[in-house]
Design a binder for this molecule. Structure first.
Ligand code: ATP
Ligand code: MG
Ligand code: MG
Length: 367
């Protein structure tokens, strides 16, 4: 049988591995930590840093095809890997999306709208140029931010010093604050033959900058849905996507969209597809990188996905018997730290509104 190598052993790698396993592949994973969520379900674990030359060579040796589950892997290492192994997604998409500056440029070059923004190399430059963006605005480190880490909202000039330490490790972008009506995401997947499909658009609710719920179908107009899918297609085309790209967007009051950011991999907001669609984002990703024809995604049922963070694990396990219709996913992480993504719950429903009330009333997510 064929072996799929996965760089990164988190929950996304785990769910990729479970899908690949079903399709008959063997799994090798490269992750710096022993017993990672993906390592637990893989056939072969290579425990080493992502840029470890010998480890990458070992992965190349045993894998027929290599994919990745997150974007903060070493670009140079990945590029070398493309020369000695089959990495259908290439390294370029990682270079572009691991830095907000090149990512925004790519979105603009694809012909899609972004929030007004400037690039600042230093705190002094921020102070000097902030009037070009004004207030409210958000400063974001160009690299390594996630779940709202590496960001500072600025309401006025008085807030500027709060952004000072963001420049310690990285240049930053400063963007205008968008008074959005809601947030949505489109997960788009493409294989080497150019076959391209979007998963149904998800509506995302964040709490403390961390994804809390994804509601599908998103409660948006047909026009907005079309705009969202068109934008995702333009960006995928521009990047010559192979594999999976998640496109996060803001929806404005008038139904127009603005692209927030990209992720070149399966995305938390697509987990609903495991139960709610004829093909999950993970199974489709494996088909795409394996060079198989893609399936046209179909939504079987409206659905709500809720994230289970560290603080939700105990209340969830205490209530599990009350909710037999919930699909529970836990990622096998040992330490239930506050705000750490430990799992998710998927609820197929005839009534989104009633399910949102049920989630709220369960009390599990009140912390
Ligand atoms: P992720 O975990 O999705 O990778 P991240 O840390 O990379 O998050 P963003 O997605 O850029 O950060 O921002 C996190 C959240 O902050 C957004 O989902 C949105 O709710 C809010 N936000 C970010 N940028 C803006 C903006 N320009 N205007 C208004 N809200 C914003
Ligand atoms: Mg991000
Ligand atoms: Mg985001």
């Amino acid at each position: 049988g064929q072996t799929i190598g996965i760089i990164g052993g988190g929950q996304l790698g785990r769910m990729m591995a479970l899908s690949a396993r079903e399709a008959g592949f063997k799994i090798a994973v490269l992750d710096p930590t022993m017993d990672s969520p993906c390592g637990q379900v893989a056939d072969i674990q290579i425990v080493a840093p992502y840029d470890d030359e010998a480890a990458l060579e070992e992965l190349a040796e045993i894998s027929d095809v290599i994919t990745f589950e997150f974007e903060n892997i070493d670009y140079e290492g990945l590029k070398r890997l493309t020369e000695i192994a089959y990495v259908p997604q290439g390294a370029e998409i990682i270079r572009i999306t691991q830095n907000r500056v090149t990512e925004k440029e790519a979105i603009v070059n694809a012909g899609c709208p972004v929030a007004p923004y400037i690039v600042c190399e230093s705190y002094e430059e921020l102070v000097e140029k902030i009037d070009q963006i004004g207030f409210p605005s958000i400063v974001k480190t160009a690299r390594f931010g996630y779940d709202g880490k590496g960001q500072q909202k600025l309401l006025s000039k008085e807030d500027l010093p709060l952004a000072k330490n963001l420049f310690d490790h990285s240049q930053c972008i400063v963007e205008g604050f968008i008074p959005f009506e809601k947030e949505i995401s489109v997960i788009i997947q493409r294989n080497g033959n150019g076959e391209t499909y979007c998963l149904p658009v998800g509506e995302n609710v964040h709490i403390n900058h961390i994804l809390h719920e994804t509601i599908v179908p998103a409660r948006i107009s047909t026009e907005t849905k079309q705009l969202a899918e068109e934008a995702a297609r333009k960006i995928a085309e521009h990047l010559q996507l192979i594999g999976t790209l998640a496109v996060e967007m803001f929806v404005l009051n008038d139904g127009q969209i603005i692209i927030n950011e990209l992720a070149p991999r399966p995305h938390n907001s697509g987990h609903y597809s495991i139960e709610a669609c004829n093909i999950s984002q993970f199974a489709q990703h494996i088909r795409a990188v394996a060079g198989w024809p893609l399936r046209e995604p179909k939504l079987h049922s409206p659905v709500v996905m809720v994230n289970v963070l560290g603080q939700h694990v105990a209340p969830l396990s205490n209530s599990i018997t009350k909710y037999p219709h919930w699909s529970i996913h836990l990622y096998g992480k040992k330490e239930a730290k506050v705000n750490r993504k430990m799992g998710h719950v998927t609820i197929l429903t005839d009534s989104i509104e009633e399910t949102l009330i049920e989630i709220e009333a369960s009390g599990i997510w009140s912390e």
